[in-house]
Design a protein around this ligand. Structure first.
Ligand SMILES: C[S@@+](CC[C@H](N)C(=O)[O-])C[C@H]1O[C@@H](n2cnc3c(N)ncnc32)[C@H](O)[C@@H]1O
Length: 275
């Protein structure tokens, strides 16, 4: 049996929506850990966490590192991880809380868990409700219907990616599209035009796309604006916007594979009878 050191790390998510999207196990870790370290932007969620945590350390101020010459979001994330690890090394049970799912398009929890485990501490992540989970519910999209691709917008822009326009495409952080300095939290029409140009390799310019923003508290409206792809540069995009691009073409049968499967099947089937 491996002896773990005394400190312990549990990363939890608070869900997207204040009230109701926190899992019971996440709430239990928030209430019982020695310290809660959190980067939760919603003020009501933050106040609530502060109210139930034994001790609370807020990481949000670390984003101002990006205003310092020569520093970027990487330095912010490094300092967040260091703050979490310092409390674990002090022998505390640490609950690191992030909005949504703590490990979905959120690197700090993953980094902290890897480093804590490498140093011999117990570290785990509990799943939470992510923006993508809300999107499936709000937009009534089942990723199983056509398959789904999900990636960060700037990563999609600056790397050579093979997009399948017969499947759903979810682009995260379009509000930061093409922001290469890793210092700012916005985009502009020129960068969005470059995004549109790249998407136009696979989608018609008049293809409908959805700007999705899940409501973060019960009094807020969920944004589900359908616009044409070509109008994206003029659209208003926030840090919380997710860009949802429905399939533009029908899936084409791979008859060769269907024939191979039928050749070994007891009862051959036609494609429309299968998945
Ligand atoms: C750093 S990621 C955090 C994702 C979060 N960990 C989750 O589980 O959804 C930020 C991106 O998540 C998406 N996002 C965050 N809040 C959202 C919201 N209220 N509605 C829709 N998408 C959101 C946007 O694509 C945003 O740019």
């Amino acid at each position: 049996m491996i002896n773990k050191k005394q400190g312990k790390l549990i990363c939890v998510g608070t869900g997207m929506r204040m009230a109701g999207q926190l899992t019971p196990i996440a709430q239990s870790y928030i209430e019982t850990s020695d310290v809660v370290i959190a980067a939760v932007p919603n003020i009501f969620a933050r106040k609530w966490l502060q109210g139930i945590a034994k001790e609370y350390i807020c990481l949000l101020g670390y984003y101002s590192d990006c205003d310092v010459e020569g520093k970027s979001r990487r330095d912010t994330y490094r300092r967040m991880v260091d703050t979490i690890l310092a409390q674990v090394r002090a022998g505390k049970t640490v609950c690191a809380a992030f909005y949504g799912h703590p490990g979905v398009f959120a690197c700090v929890g993953h980094m902290a868990i890897l480093e804590a485990r490498a140093e011999g501490y117990s570290a785990q992540m509990e799943p939470g409700i992510s923006a993508e989970d809300c999107l499936v519910a709000d937009l009534g999209i089942d990723p199983a219907q056509f398959g789904a691709q999900s990636m960060e917008t700037t990563q999609f822009m600056i790397y050579q990616r093979k997009i399948d326009p017969t499947a759903l495409l979810i682009l995260w952080q379009p509000g930061l599209a093409g922001e290469l300095s890793l210092k700012r939290f916005d985009t502009n029409p020129a960068r969005l035009q470059i995004l549109v140009n790249k998407l136009a390799r696979d989608y018609p310019l008049d293809h409908p796309v959805i700007l999705y923003e899940a409501a973060t508290h019960p009094l807020e409206q969920t944004r589900m604006d359908t616009i044409l792809l070509k109008d994206l540069p003029a659209a208003s995009l926030q840090q919380i916007t997710t860009l949802v691009i429905p399939p533009a073409r029908a899936m084409q049968p791979d008859q060769d594979i269907v024939d191979q499967l039928n050749a070994i099947a007891a009862t051959p089937v036609r494609l429309e009878q299968a998945a």
